[in-house]
Design a protein around this ligand. Structure first.
Ligand code: PMP
Length: 422
Protein backbone atom coordinates (compact mmCIF):
# COMPACT_ATOMS: atom_id res chain seq x y z
CA UNK A 1 0.00 0.00 0.00
CA UNK A 2 1.21 3.53 -0.65
CA UNK A 3 0.04 4.65 2.73
CA UNK A 4 1.52 2.74 5.64
CA UNK A 5 -0.73 -0.16 6.62
CA UNK A 6 -0.65 0.97 10.25
CA UNK A 7 -1.69 4.45 9.16
CA UNK A 8 -4.73 3.01 7.38
CA UNK A 9 -5.63 0.81 10.32
CA UNK A 10 -5.68 3.88 12.58
CA UNK A 11 -8.65 5.13 10.56
CA UNK A 12 -10.69 2.09 11.67
CA UNK A 13 -10.94 2.04 15.48
CA UNK A 14 -13.15 -1.06 15.39
CA UNK A 15 -10.10 -3.06 14.33
CA UNK A 16 -8.69 -2.56 17.85
CA UNK A 17 -11.66 -4.34 19.37
CA UNK A 18 -11.36 -7.55 21.25
CA UNK A 19 -13.84 -10.31 20.56
CA UNK A 20 -14.15 -13.29 22.89
CA UNK A 21 -10.92 -12.28 24.59
CA UNK A 22 -8.87 -12.07 21.38
CA UNK A 23 -7.85 -9.22 19.12
CA UNK A 24 -10.48 -8.94 16.35
CA UNK A 25 -9.41 -10.34 12.97
CA UNK A 26 -12.03 -9.00 10.60
CA UNK A 27 -12.15 -11.09 7.41
CA UNK A 28 -15.79 -10.64 6.39
CA UNK A 29 -15.31 -7.72 4.03
CA UNK A 30 -17.17 -9.17 1.07
CA UNK A 31 -20.27 -8.96 3.29
CA UNK A 32 -19.56 -5.50 4.72
CA UNK A 33 -16.37 -3.50 5.02
CA UNK A 34 -15.49 -1.44 8.07
CA UNK A 35 -16.02 2.31 7.96
CA UNK A 36 -13.18 4.79 8.53
CA UNK A 37 -13.44 7.76 10.91
CA UNK A 38 -13.49 10.15 7.97
CA UNK A 39 -16.71 8.54 6.72
CA UNK A 40 -18.64 8.20 9.94
CA UNK A 41 -17.45 11.68 10.86
CA UNK A 42 -19.81 12.89 8.13
CA UNK A 43 -22.75 12.00 10.36
CA UNK A 44 -21.64 14.23 13.20
CA UNK A 45 -20.92 17.04 10.78
CA UNK A 46 -24.24 16.65 8.95
CA UNK A 47 -26.46 16.29 12.01
CA UNK A 48 -24.70 19.00 14.00
CA UNK A 49 -24.37 21.55 11.18
CA UNK A 50 -26.72 21.20 8.22
CA UNK A 51 -29.36 18.52 8.77
CA UNK A 52 -32.27 19.45 6.51
CA UNK A 53 -34.38 17.98 3.77
CA UNK A 54 -33.00 18.51 0.29
CA UNK A 55 -34.46 20.17 -2.80
CA UNK A 56 -37.35 21.58 -0.78
CA UNK A 57 -36.44 24.45 1.47
CA UNK A 58 -35.18 27.81 0.31
CA UNK A 59 -32.98 28.17 3.35
CA UNK A 60 -29.26 27.76 3.92
CA UNK A 61 -29.33 24.38 5.65
CA UNK A 62 -31.42 22.82 2.92
CA UNK A 63 -29.21 24.35 0.27
CA UNK A 64 -26.03 23.05 1.91
CA UNK A 65 -27.49 19.56 2.30
CA UNK A 66 -28.73 19.58 -1.31
CA UNK A 67 -25.37 20.66 -2.69
CA UNK A 68 -23.48 18.03 -0.67
CA UNK A 69 -25.91 15.26 -1.64
CA UNK A 70 -25.79 16.21 -5.32
CA UNK A 71 -22.01 16.46 -5.27
CA UNK A 72 -21.83 12.91 -3.90
CA UNK A 73 -23.61 11.74 -7.07
CA UNK A 74 -20.94 13.45 -9.19
CA UNK A 75 -18.19 11.80 -7.13
CA UNK A 76 -19.75 8.35 -7.55
CA UNK A 77 -20.15 8.92 -11.30
CA UNK A 78 -16.52 10.02 -11.64
CA UNK A 79 -15.35 7.09 -9.49
CA UNK A 80 -16.91 4.71 -12.01
CA UNK A 81 -15.88 6.67 -15.12
CA UNK A 82 -19.39 7.85 -16.04
CA UNK A 83 -18.89 11.01 -18.09
CA UNK A 84 -22.56 12.02 -17.73
CA UNK A 85 -21.97 12.85 -14.05
CA UNK A 86 -25.00 12.85 -11.80
CA UNK A 87 -27.46 12.33 -14.68
CA UNK A 88 -26.13 8.79 -14.97
CA UNK A 89 -25.88 8.06 -11.24
CA UNK A 90 -28.96 7.09 -9.23
CA UNK A 91 -28.60 6.55 -5.51
CA UNK A 92 -30.48 3.56 -4.13
CA UNK A 93 -30.44 1.60 -0.89
CA UNK A 94 -27.99 -1.04 -2.15
CA UNK A 95 -27.08 -3.29 -5.09
CA UNK A 96 -30.27 -5.29 -4.61
CA UNK A 97 -32.45 -2.23 -5.05
CA UNK A 98 -30.39 -1.09 -8.05
CA UNK A 99 -30.93 -4.46 -9.76
CA UNK A 100 -34.65 -4.31 -8.96
CA UNK A 101 -34.81 -0.79 -10.36
CA UNK A 102 -33.57 -2.02 -13.75
CA UNK A 103 -35.68 -5.18 -13.58
CA UNK A 104 -38.90 -3.26 -12.94
CA UNK A 105 -38.08 -0.02 -14.75
CA UNK A 106 -36.84 -1.69 -17.93
CA UNK A 107 -37.38 -5.45 -17.75
CA UNK A 108 -41.04 -5.39 -16.88
CA UNK A 109 -41.71 -2.73 -19.51
CA UNK A 110 -39.73 -4.17 -22.41
CA UNK A 111 -39.60 -7.96 -22.02
CA UNK A 112 -42.15 -10.42 -23.37
CA UNK A 113 -42.60 -14.14 -24.10
CA UNK A 114 -40.18 -14.07 -27.05
CA UNK A 115 -37.34 -12.64 -25.00
CA UNK A 116 -34.54 -14.29 -23.10
CA UNK A 117 -32.73 -13.10 -19.99
CA UNK A 118 -29.17 -14.42 -19.83
CA UNK A 119 -27.45 -14.65 -16.50
CA UNK A 120 -24.98 -17.07 -14.88
CA UNK A 121 -24.80 -19.97 -12.45
CA UNK A 122 -22.57 -17.92 -10.14
CA UNK A 123 -25.02 -15.07 -9.50
CA UNK A 124 -26.12 -13.69 -6.17
CA UNK A 125 -29.79 -14.17 -5.26
CA UNK A 126 -30.20 -10.41 -5.80
CA UNK A 127 -29.92 -11.16 -9.51
CA UNK A 128 -31.39 -14.65 -9.67
CA UNK A 129 -34.57 -14.08 -7.72
CA UNK A 130 -35.24 -10.65 -9.20
CA UNK A 131 -34.93 -11.72 -12.82
CA UNK A 132 -36.81 -14.96 -12.17
CA UNK A 133 -39.70 -12.76 -11.05
CA UNK A 134 -39.44 -10.66 -14.21
CA UNK A 135 -39.41 -13.85 -16.31
CA UNK A 136 -42.51 -15.07 -14.52
CA UNK A 137 -44.35 -11.77 -14.98
CA UNK A 138 -43.39 -11.25 -18.65
CA UNK A 139 -43.21 -14.83 -19.95
CA UNK A 140 -39.53 -14.36 -20.86
CA UNK A 141 -37.15 -17.29 -20.61
CA UNK A 142 -33.95 -17.42 -18.54
CA UNK A 143 -30.68 -19.04 -19.63
CA UNK A 144 -27.64 -19.51 -17.42
CA UNK A 145 -24.01 -19.33 -18.51
CA UNK A 146 -22.24 -22.31 -16.96
CA UNK A 147 -19.27 -22.13 -14.62
CA UNK A 148 -16.14 -24.14 -15.45
CA UNK A 149 -14.38 -26.41 -12.93
CA UNK A 150 -11.75 -23.75 -12.32
CA UNK A 151 -14.38 -21.15 -11.42
CA UNK A 152 -14.61 -19.11 -14.62
CA UNK A 153 -17.59 -18.42 -16.83
CA UNK A 154 -17.67 -20.80 -19.79
CA UNK A 155 -17.36 -18.23 -22.56
CA UNK A 156 -18.04 -20.79 -25.33
CA UNK A 157 -21.33 -21.46 -23.61
CA UNK A 158 -21.95 -17.71 -23.31
CA UNK A 159 -21.33 -17.40 -27.04
CA UNK A 160 -23.90 -20.12 -27.72
CA UNK A 161 -26.68 -18.87 -25.50
CA UNK A 162 -26.44 -15.12 -26.05
CA UNK A 163 -28.30 -14.77 -29.33
CA UNK A 164 -30.82 -12.55 -31.11
CA UNK A 165 -33.54 -13.58 -28.65
CA UNK A 166 -31.51 -12.19 -25.75
CA UNK A 167 -32.94 -9.00 -24.31
CA UNK A 168 -30.57 -8.51 -21.38
CA UNK A 169 -27.44 -10.09 -19.90
CA UNK A 170 -27.11 -9.75 -16.13
CA UNK A 171 -23.77 -10.80 -14.71
CA UNK A 172 -21.64 -10.25 -11.63
CA UNK A 173 -18.44 -8.36 -12.41
CA UNK A 174 -16.83 -10.30 -9.57
CA UNK A 175 -18.24 -13.44 -7.96
CA UNK A 176 -18.84 -13.06 -4.23
CA UNK A 177 -17.90 -16.72 -3.66
CA UNK A 178 -15.25 -17.58 -6.24
CA UNK A 179 -13.71 -14.12 -6.41
CA UNK A 180 -13.55 -14.58 -10.20
CA UNK A 181 -13.28 -11.38 -12.23
CA UNK A 182 -15.63 -11.95 -15.12
CA UNK A 183 -14.84 -10.76 -18.69
CA UNK A 184 -17.43 -8.00 -18.77
CA UNK A 185 -16.13 -6.26 -21.89
CA UNK A 186 -16.39 -9.50 -23.87
CA UNK A 187 -19.88 -10.17 -22.52
CA UNK A 188 -20.91 -6.59 -23.31
CA UNK A 189 -19.77 -7.06 -26.92
CA UNK A 190 -21.75 -10.31 -27.16
CA UNK A 191 -24.82 -8.63 -25.69
CA UNK A 192 -24.60 -5.55 -27.90
CA UNK A 193 -23.93 -7.60 -31.07
CA UNK A 194 -27.34 -9.12 -30.35
CA UNK A 195 -29.03 -5.80 -29.52
CA UNK A 196 -29.29 -6.81 -25.87
CA UNK A 197 -28.55 -4.74 -22.77
CA UNK A 198 -25.97 -5.69 -20.18
CA UNK A 199 -26.11 -5.06 -16.45
CA UNK A 200 -22.93 -5.70 -14.46
CA UNK A 201 -23.43 -6.33 -10.75
CA UNK A 202 -20.46 -4.48 -9.32
CA UNK A 203 -21.13 -5.19 -5.62
CA UNK A 204 -17.74 -6.93 -5.34
CA UNK A 205 -15.80 -5.08 -8.02
CA UNK A 206 -16.43 -1.39 -7.27
CA UNK A 207 -14.85 -1.76 -3.79
CA UNK A 208 -11.83 -3.72 -4.89
CA UNK A 209 -10.49 -2.50 -8.27
CA UNK A 210 -10.64 0.46 -10.63
CA UNK A 211 -13.86 0.41 -12.65
CA UNK A 212 -14.57 2.32 -15.83
CA UNK A 213 -18.14 1.70 -16.94
CA UNK A 214 -17.49 3.30 -20.32
CA UNK A 215 -14.55 1.10 -21.26
CA UNK A 216 -16.43 -1.93 -19.91
CA UNK A 217 -19.26 -0.69 -22.15
CA UNK A 218 -21.98 -1.78 -19.73
CA UNK A 219 -25.46 -0.28 -19.90
CA UNK A 220 -25.98 -0.59 -16.15
CA UNK A 221 -23.67 -1.07 -13.20
CA UNK A 222 -24.72 -1.55 -9.57
CA UNK A 223 -22.88 -1.19 -6.26
CA UNK A 224 -23.36 -0.96 -2.47
CA UNK A 225 -21.77 1.66 -0.20
CA UNK A 226 -21.36 -0.69 2.75
CA UNK A 227 -18.94 -2.90 0.82
CA UNK A 228 -16.61 0.00 -0.05
CA UNK A 229 -15.85 1.72 3.26
CA UNK A 230 -19.19 3.53 3.16
CA UNK A 231 -22.28 3.24 5.33
CA UNK A 232 -25.20 0.87 5.01
CA UNK A 233 -28.43 2.18 3.49
CA UNK A 234 -26.86 3.64 0.36
CA UNK A 235 -25.86 2.20 -2.99
CA UNK A 236 -25.98 3.19 -6.59
CA UNK A 237 -26.97 2.47 -10.12
CA UNK A 238 -25.01 3.75 -13.10
CA UNK A 239 -27.09 3.73 -16.27
CA UNK A 240 -26.45 5.13 -19.72
CA UNK A 241 -28.34 8.38 -19.83
CA UNK A 242 -30.55 7.59 -22.81
CA UNK A 243 -31.63 4.32 -21.20
CA UNK A 244 -32.44 5.93 -17.85
CA UNK A 245 -34.44 8.52 -19.75
CA UNK A 246 -36.52 5.86 -21.49
CA UNK A 247 -37.10 3.75 -18.40
CA UNK A 248 -40.13 3.91 -16.14
CA UNK A 249 -39.59 5.08 -12.57
CA UNK A 250 -39.36 2.28 -10.03
CA UNK A 251 -40.91 4.10 -7.07
CA UNK A 252 -43.44 6.93 -7.23
CA UNK A 253 -44.12 9.89 -4.96
CA UNK A 254 -42.62 13.22 -3.98
CA UNK A 255 -39.32 14.49 -5.41
CA UNK A 256 -39.43 12.26 -8.50
CA UNK A 257 -42.08 14.38 -10.24
CA UNK A 258 -41.98 17.47 -12.39
CA UNK A 259 -45.69 18.34 -12.51
CA UNK A 260 -48.68 16.64 -10.92
CA UNK A 261 -52.37 17.12 -11.73
CA UNK A 262 -55.34 15.14 -10.51
CA UNK A 263 -55.17 13.13 -13.74
CA UNK A 264 -51.47 12.36 -14.14
CA UNK A 265 -47.88 13.38 -13.52
CA UNK A 266 -44.63 14.01 -15.35
CA UNK A 267 -41.20 13.01 -14.12
CA UNK A 268 -38.31 15.00 -12.73
CA UNK A 269 -34.90 15.20 -14.44
CA UNK A 270 -32.31 12.46 -13.99
CA UNK A 271 -31.34 11.12 -11.56
CA UNK A 272 -34.15 12.45 -9.31
CA UNK A 273 -36.79 10.69 -11.41
CA UNK A 274 -35.56 7.50 -9.71
CA UNK A 275 -35.19 8.89 -6.18
CA UNK A 276 -38.71 9.12 -4.80
CA UNK A 277 -39.31 10.54 -1.33
CA UNK A 278 -36.73 11.83 1.12
CA UNK A 279 -33.51 10.01 0.25
CA UNK A 280 -30.80 8.80 2.67
CA UNK A 281 -29.09 12.20 2.68
CA UNK A 282 -26.36 11.69 5.28
CA UNK A 283 -25.65 8.24 3.84
CA UNK A 284 -25.25 9.66 0.35
CA UNK A 285 -22.86 12.34 1.56
CA UNK A 286 -20.94 9.72 3.55
CA UNK A 287 -20.71 7.54 0.43
CA UNK A 288 -19.06 10.49 -1.31
CA UNK A 289 -16.58 10.67 1.58
CA UNK A 290 -15.87 6.92 1.28
CA UNK A 291 -15.10 7.44 -2.40
CA UNK A 292 -12.69 10.26 -1.50
CA UNK A 293 -11.09 7.93 1.04
CA UNK A 294 -10.57 5.12 -1.49
CA UNK A 295 -9.34 7.51 -4.16
CA UNK A 296 -6.83 8.90 -1.70
CA UNK A 297 -5.39 5.39 -1.30
CA UNK A 298 -5.77 4.80 -5.05
CA UNK A 299 -7.87 2.03 -6.58
CA UNK A 300 -4.83 0.54 -8.33
CA UNK A 301 -3.23 0.21 -4.92
CA UNK A 302 -6.40 -1.34 -3.50
CA UNK A 303 -6.44 -3.86 -6.35
CA UNK A 304 -2.76 -4.76 -5.86
CA UNK A 305 -3.28 -5.24 -2.13
CA UNK A 306 -6.34 -7.45 -2.76
CA UNK A 307 -4.42 -9.57 -5.28
CA UNK A 308 -1.46 -9.98 -2.92
CA UNK A 309 -3.61 -11.04 0.02
CA UNK A 310 -5.66 -13.41 -2.16
CA UNK A 311 -2.49 -15.05 -3.48
CA UNK A 312 -0.98 -15.29 0.00
CA UNK A 313 -4.13 -16.91 1.41
CA UNK A 314 -4.60 -19.25 -1.56
CA UNK A 315 -1.01 -20.47 -1.52
CA UNK A 316 -1.22 -21.22 2.19
CA UNK A 317 -4.68 -22.82 2.10
CA UNK A 318 -3.81 -25.01 -0.86
CA UNK A 319 -0.85 -26.56 0.96
CA UNK A 320 -3.22 -27.84 3.62
CA UNK A 321 -4.63 -31.21 2.63
CA UNK A 322 -7.60 -30.85 4.99
CA UNK A 323 -8.84 -27.74 3.14
CA UNK A 324 -10.54 -27.44 -0.23
CA UNK A 325 -10.66 -24.02 -1.93
CA UNK A 326 -12.95 -22.90 -4.74
CA UNK A 327 -12.40 -20.57 -7.68
CA UNK A 328 -9.39 -19.53 -9.76
CA UNK A 329 -6.03 -20.53 -8.30
CA UNK A 330 -4.27 -17.30 -9.23
CA UNK A 331 -4.56 -14.26 -6.97
CA UNK A 332 -4.55 -11.93 -9.95
CA UNK A 333 -7.58 -13.62 -11.49
CA UNK A 334 -9.67 -12.84 -8.45
CA UNK A 335 -10.28 -10.20 -5.84
CA UNK A 336 -9.29 -10.58 -2.20
CA UNK A 337 -11.60 -13.32 -1.14
CA UNK A 338 -11.19 -17.05 -0.73
CA UNK A 339 -13.96 -19.55 -0.10
CA UNK A 340 -13.07 -22.95 1.28
CA UNK A 341 -14.21 -25.92 3.31
CA UNK A 342 -12.49 -27.81 6.08
CA UNK A 343 -12.61 -31.56 5.59
CA UNK A 344 -15.45 -33.14 7.54
CA UNK A 345 -16.57 -30.01 9.39
CA UNK A 346 -19.61 -27.94 8.52
CA UNK A 347 -18.79 -24.34 7.56
CA UNK A 348 -21.00 -22.97 10.34
CA UNK A 349 -18.97 -24.88 12.90
CA UNK A 350 -15.71 -23.62 11.41
CA UNK A 351 -17.04 -20.09 11.49
CA UNK A 352 -18.29 -20.26 15.07
CA UNK A 353 -15.04 -21.84 16.26
CA UNK A 354 -13.06 -19.09 14.51
CA UNK A 355 -15.34 -16.52 16.11
CA UNK A 356 -14.47 -17.96 19.49
CA UNK A 357 -10.89 -16.82 18.69
CA UNK A 358 -11.98 -13.35 17.50
CA UNK A 359 -11.86 -14.17 13.78
CA UNK A 360 -14.83 -12.97 11.73
CA UNK A 361 -15.47 -14.89 8.50
CA UNK A 362 -18.71 -15.81 6.75
CA UNK A 363 -20.14 -19.28 6.34
CA UNK A 364 -23.14 -20.56 4.44
CA UNK A 365 -24.29 -20.25 0.86
CA UNK A 366 -23.49 -16.52 0.60
CA UNK A 367 -26.80 -15.93 -1.22
CA UNK A 368 -25.63 -18.17 -4.06
CA UNK A 369 -27.48 -21.44 -3.48
CA UNK A 370 -27.42 -22.49 -7.16
CA UNK A 371 -23.62 -22.00 -7.34
CA UNK A 372 -23.20 -24.19 -4.26
CA UNK A 373 -25.44 -26.80 -5.92
CA UNK A 374 -23.16 -26.66 -8.97
CA UNK A 375 -20.11 -27.08 -6.73
CA UNK A 376 -22.02 -29.89 -5.00
CA UNK A 377 -21.39 -28.53 -1.52
CA UNK A 378 -23.93 -27.34 1.06
CA UNK A 379 -21.98 -24.19 1.84
CA UNK A 380 -18.54 -22.75 2.28
CA UNK A 381 -16.46 -20.56 4.57
CA UNK A 382 -15.39 -17.26 3.06
CA UNK A 383 -12.46 -15.13 4.19
CA UNK A 384 -12.43 -11.75 2.46
CA UNK A 385 -9.93 -8.94 2.75
CA UNK A 386 -9.86 -5.19 2.48
CA UNK A 387 -7.46 -2.27 2.56
CA UNK A 388 -6.66 -2.65 6.27
CA UNK A 389 -6.03 -6.39 6.30
CA UNK A 390 -2.52 -7.81 6.56
CA UNK A 391 -0.75 -11.07 5.85
CA UNK A 392 -0.28 -11.38 9.62
CA UNK A 393 -4.07 -11.60 9.96
CA UNK A 394 -4.16 -14.33 7.33
CA UNK A 395 -1.49 -16.15 9.37
CA UNK A 396 -3.76 -15.86 12.41
CA UNK A 397 -6.58 -17.45 10.40
CA UNK A 398 -4.31 -20.25 9.17
CA UNK A 399 -2.81 -20.98 12.58
CA UNK A 400 -6.28 -21.10 14.07
CA UNK A 401 -7.51 -23.44 11.33
CA UNK A 402 -4.51 -25.70 11.96
CA UNK A 403 -5.36 -25.68 15.65
CA UNK A 404 -8.95 -26.62 14.86
CA UNK A 405 -7.80 -29.47 12.66
CA UNK A 406 -5.71 -30.82 15.53
CA UNK A 407 -8.31 -30.45 18.27
CA UNK A 408 -11.52 -30.84 16.35
CA UNK A 409 -12.00 -34.59 16.33
CA UNK A 410 -12.12 -34.46 20.14
CA UNK A 411 -14.37 -31.43 20.08
CA UNK A 412 -16.80 -33.00 17.60
CA UNK A 413 -17.16 -35.99 19.88
CA UNK A 414 -17.75 -33.81 22.94
CA UNK A 415 -21.01 -33.03 24.72
CA UNK A 416 -20.31 -29.32 24.18
CA UNK A 417 -20.50 -29.75 20.42
CA UNK A 418 -23.65 -31.87 20.55
CA UNK A 419 -25.29 -29.38 22.90
CA UNK A 420 -24.39 -26.54 20.52
CA UNK A 421 -26.10 -28.16 17.54
CA UNK A 422 -29.07 -29.59 19.47
N1 PMP B 1 -24.33 -9.04 -5.67
C1 PMP B 1 -23.18 -9.48 -5.15
C2 PMP B 1 -22.15 -10.08 -6.06
C3 PMP B 1 -22.96 -9.41 -3.78
O1 PMP B 1 -21.83 -9.86 -3.25
C4 PMP B 1 -23.96 -8.82 -2.96
C5 PMP B 1 -23.76 -8.75 -1.46
N2 PMP B 1 -23.38 -9.92 -0.86
C6 PMP B 1 -25.11 -8.36 -3.55
C7 PMP B 1 -25.28 -8.48 -4.90
C8 PMP B 1 -26.20 -7.71 -2.75
O2 PMP B 1 -25.71 -6.58 -2.13
P1 PMP B 1 -26.65 -5.78 -1.08
O3 PMP B 1 -27.00 -6.78 -0.02
O4 PMP B 1 -25.77 -4.69 -0.58
O5 PMP B 1 -27.82 -5.32 -1.83
Amino acid sequence: MDREDSDIRDDFPVLDRRVNGSQLTYLDNAATTQTPKQVYGVYEDFYSQYNANIHRGIHDLSHEASVAYEKAHDKAAAFLGASGGRTEMVFTKNTTESINLVAYGLGLKELGPDDVIVTTEMEHHATLVTWQQIAEKTGADIRYIEVTDDGHLDMDHADQIIDEQTAIVVVAHVSNVLGTINPITELAALAHDNDAYILADGAQSAPTRPVDVESLDVDFFTFSGHKMAGPTGIGGLYGKKHLLEEMDPFLYGGEMIDHVSLQNATWNDLPWKFEAGTPPIAEGIALGEAIDYLEDIGMDTVRRHENELAQYALDALETREYIETYGPSSGTERTGLVSFNVDGIHGHDVSSLLNAQGIAVRAGDHCTQPLHDTLDIPGSVRASFYVYNTTAEIDTLLDTLDGLRDTLPDYLASDRYHDSIA
